[in-house]
Every structure is written in structure tokens, then in C-alpha cells.
Write a protein that binds this ligand. Structure first.
Ligand code: PBG
Length: 327
């Protein structure tokens, strides 16, 4: 074999059937986890302007969506809560009657085929919008750990299958693991947002979850975008602390990090295609500048090709439908 003209890679691209047979990366709806925003009350659907097609939903409105996701084979749902009251310590994060525990219980009842993921962070629950309790202007790491553990325990009690801490405090995986184990939840898994970067791509989410910090930013706990060796260290520590899965977030701009993490651990690797990644596709598609459906599938394929086993994505339902229809 001496290359062209004997070798012609185009031969295997000649027909759709041939291309389908030699495809190297296949998506499966079971990989997808749909993020949802839950509010108290009933019959509430507040559209989120910066995330077309996504709403803040009361639990009753969430159920049909969960059923639809389940029927399309979507793997799971992750819940974010918008509480009725916020305070300095984020105490509503562990209210068993809060929107997230109620959503978890309802989805477990009505769509038991979905894996129920609970995001754990204080930023939706604190009056100042920071990810933990403050000491002056700084989020106090060690004082925040027991609060995260309390929230995690509340979600596990409600029926969560996976606890996913996204706060980026040091030591939180161990703190949550210990609390779950002490309370008889030793079988409930932890997926740590291990390599979570301080990203401008979270912009639309902070509108959706009403969780923007009142002052300052998250750079003293979330990772600095240029760093990848540091991501390895974060993953290593979380595995030592007992994480069952690890996550990279955002996904699309951090494919090299996904690849790196995939190569270093045997645990499942999740990647979060965040709000800004989603909204950019939607906005460009609305203007007719790109084919939204194709960019959706291509962006997800890239994340999986990089090494993600699980993708948290606002496209979960649309992408599952596209797969079912063979698009
Ligand atoms: C923190 C959290 C955030 C996201 C998920 N969990 C926001 C942040 O760190 O500010 C962002 C997700 C997205 O942008 O889609 N609770």
C-alpha cells in the first residue's frame, strides 16, 4: 500500500449505508442527562428568555417532560431549584419540601426509568448568590462543607440516585460521602463536578437559576480556564475522596480536558454542555446562520468523541428525538 491512487479513503464514504457502518462514535440517548429548573407552586412555566425552549417549571409541569424524556430513552434528569426564600446560609437548600426534593420524588414515581441527579451547590439558595457561606468577601470552604452535606442528604432522602456537587469547595466529596454513609445511603453515587471552570459560558444559567453572585465572581473556587494539569489534580483528589464518576464542565471548549480525564481514570466521565454552549447554537440557528439540528448533533458527537460517557445537555430531548428519527 503506497497511498494514492491505490488508497482512496473516499470509498468508505460513498453511501449513507457505508458511512453508517464505519462510524466511530455513536450517540445513545441513555448518555444524556437533561438539566431542569424547578420552582414551587403549580402550573408554573416561566420561559427562560436566554435559553429558548427551557422553562422554570413547577413539579406538576415537570412530570410530562420527565415522561417524554423517559419514553425517548433519555438517561436522566438533573434538578436545579429556585427556592421561595434565600438567606445568607442558603438554609432552603436542605428543605425537604423544597422544589428539588419534591421534583426528585415525583420523577422517581412517574418516570422511574430516569436516573435522578441532584446538583448540590449553595448559589441558588444564598441571598448573595455565592456557592457557600461567606467570611468577609470569600466563600468559607470548611464552613460550607457541612451545609453541602446536609443538602446532599436531603436529596438522597428524597430518592436521588446521583449526588452531583458543583460548588468546587475542597473536600466536599469526602464530606458528602461520609454523611451519606452515616445515614444509610452508602449505595447512592456521587458524580463530582471535578474540573469545573470559572466560565463565561454559564451566563444564561444564572438567569435561569437566579444564581448570579451579588458581587465578585467565582474565581477563587472554580478553575482557571487555561489549566489542565490542575484538572488532573482535581480529578485525582475527588477519586481519592470517593467520587463514583467525575465531570468536566463546560464541555465543548474543554474537549482536551475531557480527553485527558478519560485517559487517567476508569470511572465514567461526564461532561456538561452548559447553558452558553446551548444558547449560542439556538441564537445562531434562529438567525438562520447555522443548521441548529446538525450543529446540536455535531457538538454532542464531539463531546462523546473526546471521551465523555455521559453528557449533561439542554438538548437531551431534542437529540434523543433526532436519534430515534435517524437524523
Ligand atoms: C452551580 C452551577 C452552575 C451551573 C451548574 N451548576 C453555575 C455556576 O457555577 O455559576 C452552570 C450550568 C450551565 O451554565 O448550564 N450551582
Amino acid at each position: 500500500m503506497t497511498g494514492f491512487p491505490v488508497e482512496r479513503p473516499r470509498r468508505l464514504r460513498r453511501t449513507p449505508a457505508l458511512r453508517r457502518q464505519v462510524v466511530e462514535t455513536r450517540l445513545d440517548p441513555a448518555m444524556f442527562v437533561l438539566p431542569v429548573f424547578v420552582v414551587s407552586g403549580t402550573r408554573i412555566r416561566n420561559e427562560i428568555e436566554s435559553m429558548p425552549g427551557n422553562c422554570q417549571l413547577s413539579v406538576d409541569e415537570l412530570i410530562p417532560i420527565a415522561k417524554e424524556a423517559e419514553s425517548l430513552g433519555v438517561g436522566g434528569m438533573i434538578f436545579f431549584g429556585i427556592p421561595e426564600t434565600k438567606d445568607e446560609h442558603g438554609t432552603s437548600a436542605w428543605d425537604p419540601e423544597g422544589p428539588v426534593p419534591r421534583a426528585i420524588a415525583a420523577v422517581k414515581e412517574h418516570a422511574p426509568g430516569l436516573v435522578a441527579w441532584a446538583d448540590v451547590c449553595m448559589c441558588e439558595y444564598t441571598s448573595h448568590g455565592h456557592c457557600g457561606v461567606l467570611n468577609g468577601d470569600i466563600v468559607d470552604n470548611d464552613a460550607t462543607l457541612p451545609l453541602l452535606a446536609k443538602a446532599a442528604l436531603t436529596y438522597a432522602t428524597a430518592g436521588a440516585d446521583v449526588i452531583a456537587p458543583s460548588d468546587m469547595m475542597d473536600g466536599r466529596v469526602r464530606a458528602i460521602r461520609d454523611t451519606l454513609d452515616d445515614s444509610g445511603f452508602e449505595d447512592i453515587a456521587i458524580c463530582s463536578y471535578s474540573a469545573k471552570y470559572s466560565s463565561a459560558f454559564y451566563g444564561p444559567f444564572r438567569d435561569a437559576a437566579d444564581s448570579a453572585p451579588a458581587f465578585g465572581d467565582r474565581r477563587t473556587h472554580q478553575m482557571d480556564p487555561p489549566n489542565v494539569r490542575e484538572a488532573r489534580r482535581e480529578v485525582e483528589l475527588d477519586v481519592l475522596e470517593g467520587a463514583d464518576m467525575v465531570m468536566v464542565k463546560p464541555a465543548g471548549p474543554y474537549l482536551d480536558v475531557i480527553r485527558e480525564v478519560r485517559a487517567m481514570v476508569d470511572l465514567p466521565v461526564a461532561a456538561y454542555q452548559v447553558s452558553g454552549e446551548f444558547s449560542m447554537v439556538k441564537a445562531a440557528a434562529e438567525r438562520g446562520w447555522i443548521d441548529g439540528d446538525r450543529v446540536m448533533m455535531e457538538s454532542l458527537t464531539g463531546i462523546v468523541r473526546a471521551g465523555a460517557d455521559i453528557v449533561l445537555t439542554y438538548f437531551a430531548i431534542d437529540a434523543a428525538r433526532a436519534l430515534r428519527e435517524g437524523r
